[in-house]
Design a protein around this ligand. Structure first.
Ligand code: PEP
Ligand code: MG
Length: 323
């Protein structure tokens, strides 16, 4: 089995009926890039930049960030690299920022909510990203978007920093794709509207499930509610993919679900374009996708999503996979 998987390292990710997909890696540090490549990643679908800010006593400078982003882009050698802007808050704290304690941090000042309030911090990161953009295939992604106005404000700041850099004589890539994470149900439900204003979506199921089921992703006592294949979760995902496809935009997924073998047939059938996961899941996922017919799964989706529980859905998936 190991040898069989290793043989897939440089193979394309293509379903049994010939549909091409991209399998990308989630990374949280520069060390992870080599691991991604060793496991046959076709890109980076999520670079969690929080780790640049954590475990230290002050904010990282523009130069430090620029160097990290440039390194990752060069190392990926033209393959797509989705870098997510800072997603601090929730379970991730920055003691040196001295932010007020919140009673519901996962519903509080997190990610772009914080970045739009602390604009100097945000602009520094955007500048570092823009400066690094000419060293590879950079795509910028904003986390925890709920409102259209948040997206517009993020895009405005990005454009402002771009204009400033160009005026300073600094080279910036001609075109950088800009996308958002879909991880708040309000954004999933308005995906048709967001799709008109972005280049791509990446579905963050770790949070999307937590917010859809109102079950803290860290809380063991309510983990029975945290259901990857709950029909409500799947319906939201289908809605997001359809809305983006109508606008000709691509959709990825960077939550844990993207590498979950009981979910992959359904995601394939819904038309997900990019699956981003921890490096070690990539080759098993590639092997699985090569054994599945996208067309057949597409035809099954509507009836599967009529089922009333995660358990029933997983059973049906299992039956088809085994038959
Ligand atoms: C997610 O929410 O699914 C996600 C990928 O982001 P994080 O796990 O960093 O919140
Ligand atoms: Mg998230």
């Amino acid at each position: 089995r190991r040898a069989e998987l290793a043989g897939l390292k440089s193979e394309p990710t293509v379903s049994a009926d010939g549909a091409h997909m991209e399998l990308a890696a989630n990374i949280g540090s520069v060390e992870d890039v080599q691991k991604a490549l060793d496991n046959g990643a076709e890109g980076i679908g999520l670079f969690r930049t929080e780790f640049l800010y954590m475990g230290r006593s002050a904010l990282p400078t523009e130069e430090e960030q620029f160097n990290v982003y440039k390194y990752v882009l060069e190392k990926m050698d033209g393959k797509p690299v989705v870098i997510r802007t800072l997603d601090i808050g929730g379970d991730k704290e920055l003691p040196y920022m001295k932010l007020p304690k919140e009673s519901n941090p996962f519903l509080g000042l997190r990610a772009v909510r914080l970045c739009l309030q602390e604009q100097d911090l945000f602009r520094t990161q955007l500048r570092a990203l823009l400066r690094a953009s000419r060293y590879g295939n950079l795509k910028i992604m904003f986390p925890m978007i709920a409102l259209r106005e948040e997206l517009r404000e993020c895009k405005r700041l990005l454009q402002e920093e771009r204009t400033k850099l160009i005026a300073e004589g600094i080279e910036v890539a001609e075109r950088i794709e800009v996308g958002i994470m879909i991880e708040i149900p309000a954004a999933a439900l308005a995906a048709d509207q967001f799709a008109k204003e972005v280049d791509f979506f990446s579905i963050g199921t770790n949070d999307l499930i937590q917010y859809t089921m109102a079950a803290d992703r860290m809380n063991e006592t309510v983990s029975y509610l945290y259901q990857t294949c709950h029909p409500s979760v799947l319906r939201l995902i289908r809605m997001v993919i359809s809305a983006a496809s109508k606008e000709g935009k691509w959709v990825g997924m960077c939550g844990e679900m993207a590498g979950d073998e009981s979910a992959i047939p359904l995601l394939l059938g819904m038309g997900l374009h990019e699956f981003s996961m921890s490096a070690s899941s990539i080759l098993p996922a590639r092997a699985q996708i090569r054994s599945l017919s996208r067309q057949q799964w597409a035809e099954r989706i509507d009836s599967v999503l009529e089922l009333g529980s995660e358990q029933e859905i997983k059973q049906v998936v299992q039956q088809h996979v085994n038959s």
